[in-house]
Design a protein around this ligand. Structure first.
Ligand SMILES: Cc1ncc(COP(=O)(O)O)c(C=O)c1O
Length: 377
């Protein structure tokens, strides 16, 4: 079991930050690396051609390691919506077919499908909230021969209820549906392997659980989809891009693998080194170990919540890193203000409080949260 990693972060003693689902903090080392990277541009003559390619190559390798893919299957994207737009551009949908999504799914993995359905006379099938929290069964049951695409995640972003992607992937393959995943709320802190799930596309933003910068993420594109069309035509994705003297010898061919899907200016000299630093930590600790550590905290949250009569999903129906506490008759008045006053940071969503602990949290953080909740009931 790994230990609490709070020493690596700049979180003051008076702050209880339990909201990685909103935004993860940078590591202190990443902030130093980012500051150095900003300063490097004071002297652009020191930025060499290799600096355009070597850091992205390291980032692909770390991303690939995290999901058991090849570095060549990874593209650098600025946002989840950019990745889902690539997927939507490359999956064909016929009139009358269905695109399956979950109720209240995060919009970046919904809007492109609404658009694609509208322009092809297809329909969106929204799987309603399952009363038993069993999203896996509900989604698998919704997939049939008429399903063109399943756009989903490893957990519902609002409360951490779990989706077994191995089962969903299997059903997709049975009926020939494409599988598009947004793993922004779980990747790096919950094990995931493209070998087990075999998605067509998987995209993740780096600024939450991956402890990275904003405006950067990565995308896995299954080898079978790597002949697709990107959504922009950048010089850096074409063959021979390393030869800066010959960029106007326009090339028809893209670089191999998923390179064609990279965003323009993929070599962001500030964001990429920051993201690499955090990915090195997470990959070094190991996703299984990180997940096991965080699960001790979400399990403790579940135990504390139940002991005062509050609702949480059963252990088998929730992901290790994210948990929602549901107040059947609404979050009690004044809780938000009290949490803010005590500098306890969580998200309030409707009748629920969403808690996202990470490797910098410990049980004392959970105790401080419950001090506020218990005094508010
Ligand atoms: C599940 C999920 N996906 C994606 C995002 C961010 O999407 P984008 O990168 O398109 O802004 C969020 C942000 O809250 C999220 O919770």
């Amino acid at each position: 079991m790994i230990e609490c990693q709070k020493h690596l972060f700049d979180i003051p003693d008076g702050v209880t930050y339990l909201n990685a689902a909103y935004m993860g903090p940078l590591l202190k080392s990443s902030a130093r690396i980012g500051a150095d990277a900003v300063h490097k541009k004071l002297n652009p003559w020191d930025i060499k051609i290799d600096d355009f390619f070597d850091p992205p190559n390291r980032y692909y390798a770390l991303a690939a390691k995290m999901i058991e893919a090849n570095a060549n299957d990874i593209a650098i994207v600025p946002s989840v919506s950019y990745g889902t737009a690539i997927a939507a551009k490359n999956i064909s949908v016929k009139a009358g077919q269905k695109i399956v999504v979950m109720a209240d799914q995060f919009p970046s993995n919904v809007y492109p499908w609404i658009d694609l359905a509208e322009s092809n006379d297809a329909t969106i099938e929204t799987v309603p909230w399952p009363s038993d929290d069993n999203w896996t069964r509900a989604i698998v049951d919704a997939i049939d021969d008429g399903t063109a695409i399943v756009a989903t995640a490893n957990a519902h972003w609002t409360n951490g209820t779990l989706i077994d992607l191995v089962a969903v992937g299997e059903k997709c393959r049975q009926v020939g549906a494409a599988l598009v995943l947004d793993l922004t709320q779980t990747l790096g802190v919950t094990p995931f392997s493209v070998k087990d799930v075999d998605p067509d596309y998987m995209v993740v933003g780096s600024y939450k659980w991956l402890l990275g910068p904003y405006s950067l993420g990565f995308m896995y594109v299954a080898p079978r989809n790597q002949n697709g069309k990107p959504i922009e035509e950048s010089w850096i994705t074409r063959k021979g891009a390393t030869d800066f003297a010959r960029l106007v010898d326009y090339k028809e061919a893209y670089e191999d693998g998923a390179r064609r899907f990279d965003m323009g200016e993929k070599s962001n000299f500030i964001n990429i080194p920051i993201a690499i630093d955090a990915m090195e930590l997470l990959v070094g600790l190991g996703t299984e170990n990180v997940a096991a550590y965080i699960k001790t905290l979400t399990d403790y949250i579940a135990e504390r919540a139940r002991s005062i009569g509050l609702n949480v999903a059963d252990e088998q129906q929730r992901v290790s890193n994210l948990i929602g506490i549901n107040f059947t008759s609404g979050v009690p008045e004044g809780v938000a203000e009290k949490l803010a006053e005590k500098k306890v940071y969580v998200s309030i969503r409707g009748d629920s409080i969403r808690i996202g602990p990470h490797i910098y949290n410990d049980k004392a953080d959970v105790d401080r949260l419950f001090d506020v909740l218990e005094s508010s009931l």
